[in-house]
Unconditional design. Structure first.
Ligand code: URA
Ligand code: SF4
Length: 204
């Protein structure tokens, strides 16, 4: 079996040298993603923000603080036990929305991260991640309001869950409760240890 850590490191080096879209010009750091390469649960966000671009780590700003709290307090896991990545690996200037051509250019990196980590549960944070995963797995995602918190079955025994981007709770406090409810549903489908036993997938 190939070494997952090694494969991720090779991929990270590729991203480090990437100039496939214009975002390489304005980035301070790539934000590859981080966490347990054997994680059962993987989160996919949108793109690095200011803090993430400065530190080279995903979800370390205000939205990240909320995400970390959800992982620890609702799921009862440590941040290090899950894997966290984004659709884009470089920050869009001023945190503007990702452009279609940027998403297309960056797509193979997230695809390969998912392939290597092979999580059993993937949670999309926000509509860009939701659209990415819905397209990848052929899921009928219509809108976040309608489909958040639903558990979709995808190929390879995977489960995909959509929820709002944690940043939305920062400017719309009522969203906090909705996101927390979705995390309760995620809690119901992840094992307490948050880590897969080698290649044996838990089945339910
Ligand atoms: N928002 C995201 O979508 N990703 C991050 O890494 C940080 C904020
Ligand atoms: Fe490459 Fe993705 Fe960064 Fe664009 S956002 S330069 S495709 S790594």
């Amino acid at each position: 079996m190939k070494d997952k850590k090694k494969e991720l490191e090779e991929l990270r080096r590729e991203v480090l040298a990437c100039r496939k879209c214009e975002l390489y010009k304005t980035r301070n750091n790539i934000v590859f993603g981080e966490g347990d390469e054997n994680a059962e649960l993987m989160f996919v966000g949108e793109a690095p923000g200011k803090q993430e671009d400065l530190q080279g780590r995903p979800f370390v700003g205000a939205a990240g603080k909320f995400l970390t709290q959800l992982i620890e307090e609702v799921l009862g896991l440590k941040r290090e036990q899950v894997y966290i990545a984004n659709v884009l690996k470089c920050r869009p200037p001023g945190n503007r929305d990702p452009k279609e051509k940027e998403i297309e250019a960056c797509k193979p990196y997230l695809e390969r991260q998912i392939e290597i980590i092979n999580p059993r549960v993937i949670c999309a944070l926000g509509r860009f991640a939701a659209n990415f995963l819905a397209e990848k797995y052929g899921l009928s995602f219509t809108s976040m309001m309608k489909d958040h918190g639903k558990i979709f079955s995808a190929e390879g025994g995977k489960k995909v869950v959509f929820t709002f981007h944690p940043a939305t709770a920062l400017y719309k406090p009522y969203m906090k409760g909705l996101i927390e409810e979705d995390f309760e549903k995620i809690k119901g489908i992840v094992s307490q240890k948050g880590k897969r036993k080698n290649t044996t997938l838990l089945d339910f």
